[in-house]
Write a protein that binds this ligand. Structure first.
Ligand code: CA
Length: 412
């Protein structure tokens, strides 16, 4: 079966991927749902209007003439699978079967946030990340808190400041307590960092008071994106106890535009690494995926610098465990909610997923091609995340999510 759109072997957007996103034609017209094949965007609202998705799986639903994926996310896996099968059939058939303008060059569209994100939660699911950060803050003996091996630690984040790939990142101001100062000061962060994460969108929600058992958790997971949880480390160090991160994280969080489905990732599913001690029964389950994840720094006047190369399999807790834990007390998730993995750090230096770990809290700055060094992100730097699964002659990837650091606003 070959696709009539040419797709390079290293393209993230093969016939095996077919992610979902939201776009607006640059030539005008409303936002709508699309899919991606090679360097083209397929207009799913146009296919829907032509009746291509009519099926028992869709029923009366017409989710694609919309400026968000929420209505499509609220359907279920049989509907998502049906949409994918329709797209694969159309793309391997006659091009003439597509409505005019249904296939648009990427350059002719503007990508938008894929969903109206009602709530956003961030976890802390990499053992190596938690252990490294804990060692820096509290020493190796107390690196992991007593709860860490028993539950996926998380916190409720801020949905309003989630932005799309390409959105500039304004250096935040905040309250900072320098170690040698008697009292805190207020000013621009001197320790701006990235966090390489993967996040997933919730599909159908659960009713308030009704937990999702782990065996059914994946029925509530629509798909995955890359996420950069920009962080102000000096603000974080001063504010985080006892309730966890607050302003150090809520100024901006960036995600990639295309949501990659579990169907596309299925060939890359792997067993979850062994968990010891065995989690409580409500947390037993889930799996992982073989996904290469990278972070690249483009500093002004320097060659691009590969800061991080890691793998999704470095996460200790599965997405299913995160979702089951999130709902175990009765919290209701809703379509379009976003749940982040936490920084995906591995055991080696190059697999550490943020500058805090990569430079060991600034003790070992990175040296760039022009001799400049980095302990933190500087104004003008661009940090980009990318990630993909490598198939036999094809890739299923996320594209990228990048942002350039802008100087702090003048003090209020
Ligand atoms: Ca994070």
């Amino acid at each position: 079966m070959s696709c009539f759109v040419e797709v390079a072997p290293d393209s993230h957007f093969s016939l095996q991927n077919l992610p979902f996103g939201v776009f607006r034609p640059r030539t005008g017209g409303p936002a709508r749902v699309g899919s991606r094949i090679g360097d083209f965007v397929l207009d799913l609202a146009a296919l829907e209007a032509a009746g291509h998705f009519r099926s028992p799986e869709f029923g009366d639903a017409q989710p694609f003439a919309s400026d968000s994926l929420n209505a499509f996310m609220a359907l279920d896996r049989p509907a998502w699978r049906h949409a994918r099968a329709v797209l694969q059939r159309l793309l391997t058939g006659e091009r003439s079967a597509l409505p005019a303008d249904a296939l648009r060059p990427l350059a002719e569209v503007e990508m938008l946030l894929p969903a109206r994100i009602g709530d956003y939660t961030d976890f802390y699911a990499s053992y190596h990340h938690a252990h490294n950060v804990g060692t820096m803050l509290r020493g190796a003996e107390n690196a992991l808190m007593p709860n860490w091996l028993h539950l996926p630690v998380g916190y409720h984040g801020r949905a309003s400041s989630i932005v799309l790939d390409g959105t500039p990142v304004r250096r935040p101001r905040g309250q900072i307590k320098p170690p040698d100062a008697p009292a805190p000061i207020f000013g621009p962060t001197r320790s701006l960092d990235y966090e390489l994460e993967v996040a997933f969108f919730v599909g159908p929600g659960n009713a308030l008071g009704q937990p999702v058992p782990i065996e059914r958790a994946e029925e509530h997971i629509f798909g995955f994106v890359l996420m950069n949880d920009w962080s102000a480390r000096d603000v974080q160090a001063w504010e985080y106890q006892p309730l966890g991160p607050f302003l150090a994280k809520n100024f901006c969080t960036s995600i990639s535009p295309w949501v990659v489905t579990l169907e596309a990732l299925e060939p890359f599913r792997r067993p979850l690494p062994a968990q010891s001690p065995e989690p409580l029964p409500y947390l037993r389950g889930g799996s992982t995926y073989d996904l290469v994840l990278e972070a690249h720094l483009q500093a002004p006047g320097a060659e691009p610098f590969a800061v991080t190369r890691t793998n999704f399999q470095n996460l200790y807790w599965s997405a299913a465990q995160m979702l089951a834990h999130h709902t175990c007390g009765g919290c209701n998730l809703q379509p379009g909610d976003l749940l982040g993995s936490g920084t995906v750090s591995g055991p080696t230096e190059e697999s550490r997923g943020c500058l805090l770990e990569r430079t060991w809290r600034g003790a070992h700055p990175l040296t760039l091609s022009n001799g400049a060094t980095r302990k933190q992100l500087e104004d003008g730097d661009t940090l980009t995340l990318t990630g993909w699964a490598q198939g036999d002659g094809f890739r299923v990837g996320f594209g990228e999510v990048g942002g350039t650091i802008l100087p702090a606003h003048d003090a209020p």
